[in-house]
Design a protein around this ligand. Structure first.
Ligand SMILES: Nc1ncnc2c1ncn2[C@@H]1O[C@H](COP(=O)(O)OP(=O)(O)OP(=O)(O)O)[C@@H](O)[C@H]1O
Ligand SMILES: O=C(O)c1ccc[n+]([C@@H]2O[C@H](COP(=O)([O-])O)[C@@H](O)[C@H]2O)c1
Length: 207
């Protein structure tokens, strides 16, 4: 961590948390838009050991999800997949961010998430602490923008909404909603498609 503290000093890093079960093009799309629109230096894909609001059924092992996102980002120098939550033995964003800020005090972090998480953000553990710890960028996703704009985050913190380009220099609390070309990528869809293909294969074998 000491070497990482030196390397990242003064840099602005987007923390993009996810289950990545599996990773898909929508994730890459959001990451690229985040780098560009928020003018980030890098983005870290924080693989969740297990989203506390999602069941464990159908959740691939952590190592598989870590490989899935690592493969998707390839060798892009400004993107990294990290197992920090697993190392810290936490599934809570508030805990991870607090520990990360302690370990890398001279690095600026921004939380990156899709609009579906905007809608239920008030169910996250210590969500208001997260809002106070780091700026938040929400990226548009089909079907969620309207509900998100009625969420507790948007309502309680409406005075702290800033433009995307101002986010990285804003004092917390600060959040932005980033309008981007919407990407249809969905891990649920990928899993459903794989299941259908498996089923068709089985049927093919039987006939
Ligand atoms: N197509 C997309 N557009 C915008 N944000 C997205 C998109 N896909 C995923 N995200 C965001 O990426 C983060 C990680 O998402 P996750 O790994 O849960 O993928 P998912 O497709 O939402 O999965 P699932 O369908 O299993 O819920 C979340 O903040 C989510 O909102
Ligand atoms: O901290 C929480 O209570 C919490 C509740 C729900 C989701 N999260 C985080 O939200 C991120 C996106 O999760 P997911 O499953 O939608 O990809 C991921 O980093 C999770 O750890 C965090």
């Amino acid at each position: 961590m000491r070497r990482e503290a030196k390397r990242t000093e003064g840099r602005v890093i987007g923390l993009y948390g996810g289950s990545f079960n599996p990773a898909h093009e929508g994730h890459l799309h959001v990451a690229k838009e985040a780098l560009k629109r928020l003018k980030l230096d890098e983005i870290w894909f924080v693989v969740s050991p297990g989203n506390p609001l999602k069941g464990a059924v159908g959740m691939a092992p952590f190592s598989e999800r870590m490989s899935s996102i690592s493969k998707l980002i390839g060798c892009r120098p400004n993107m990294t997949a990290t197992d920090i939550e697993q190392k810290l033995d936490t599934v809570y964003t508030a805990t991870m961010v607090s520990e990360l800020k302690k370990a890398l005090p001279k690095t600026k972090f921004i939380w990156v998430m899709g609009a579906d998480n905007f809608v239920g953000f008030q169910h996250w553990k210590h969500w208001q602490n997260i809002v106070r710890m780091l700026p938040i960028a929400i990226f548009d996703r089909a079907g969620y923008a309207i509900d998100g704009l009625k969420s507790d985050l948007a309502r309680y913190y409406h005075k702290f909404h800033v433009a995307p380009k101002q986010l990285k220099s804003a004092q917390t609390p600060a959040w932005t909603f980033v309008t981007i070309p919407r990407h249809p990528g969905s891990a649920t869809e990928v899993r459903n498609q794989r299941e259908t293909e498996w089923f068709m294969n089985q049927q093919g074998k039987e006939t």
